[in-house]
Design a protein around this ligand. Sequence first.
Ligand SMILES: Cc1cc2nc3c(=O)[nH]c(=O)nc-3n(C[C@H](O)[C@H](O)[C@H](O)COP(=O)(O)OP(=O)(O)OC[C@H]3O[C@@H](n4cnc5c(N)ncnc54)[C@H](O)[C@@H]3O)c2cc1C
Length: 281
Amino acid sequence: MAPFNLLYYRPDTVDQALDLFRILSKEQHHPAFYGGGTEILTRVRVQDARFDAVIDLKAIPEVLVHREYQGSAEFGAGLRLTHVANRNLWPLLTATADRVADHTVRSQITLGGNLLSALPYREAILPFLMSDSAEAKVATIGGMRTHRVRDRYDQTFKLKPGDFLVSLVVDGHEIQGLAFKSRKMTRIDWIDYPLVTIALIRRRNGGIRAAFSGWAGFPFVSSRVDKILSNGRRSPSDRAKDAVEHMPMPALSDTHGSRAYREFVTQYTLAGMLEELEEET
Ligand SMILES: Cc1cc2nc3c(=O)[nH]c(=O)nc-3n(C[C@H](O)[C@H](O)[C@H](O)COP(=O)(O)OP(=O)(O)OC[C@H]3O[C@@H](n4cnc5c(N)ncnc54)[C@H](O)[C@@H]3O)c2cc1C
């Protein structure tokens, strides 16, 4: 039992959830949408957040959708990361989501909770940031809105207060048979926050796309880095060195590793991943 007072609501529909947020806010409460609750409860417990009411989205059918439909794959924001990995509709998403936390915690964490976490890692967003087709369905008081994930992402996935993420949709043609590599490097243990997590894809035109978590205070992609990595006339190690030198921001120095160590680990990991990806494709 949580040692604090938290109003708990579990609406059955999108409209009920939106109304609840509006009504609770009007009544001077501080509501939050609730996925797996692992972060919300921790933050409330250590008084890092002022939420006093939570709106659990997991009884809303649209938030639990998990399907291949009309040539697309759709992932509800309320899906547990273990479900996403077990069903494996998108192997790249499985590979990144399946390295978040340990299995027990992953069976609580939801896709939406990971993507909208206040923590800097949000590893499950990497595949969506690399995708051209990825769209987010967002519930708003004015109705359901669809946005390209890349357009709505600037260090975080942008949502207006009172709106919530319903699901993410990617084009099946884009993800089918996509060559990829995903690697999470941690300081010591297999299970930890990332020193750096790197996801790479080889696009049908031969170009490489990369996404990073752990390097900075938020996950990111960079067209400049992609251009460097895509230059197949240069060796993987030269490209990796150049990419690390041209990251859009300096690497973090924190308890997981110094800036120099992060740069070193990123460079050699990236070189190895490039080599493997290009050997296989
Ligand atoms: C032990 C442990 C280890 C971890 N390791 C990792 C790791 O290795 N890599 C990593 O990336 N992360 C890691 N995390 C972080 C974790 O992914 C996030 O804390 C995530 O937010 C938890 O998901 P949740 O579903 O429990 O979120 P919740 O606690 O339910 O919500 C988190 C935030 O997201 C918002 N939210 C949730 N769903 C929605 C929605 N549909 N629409 C709008 N807002 C929403 C909430 O309002 C809240 O602000 C770890 C967490 C724990 C507890």
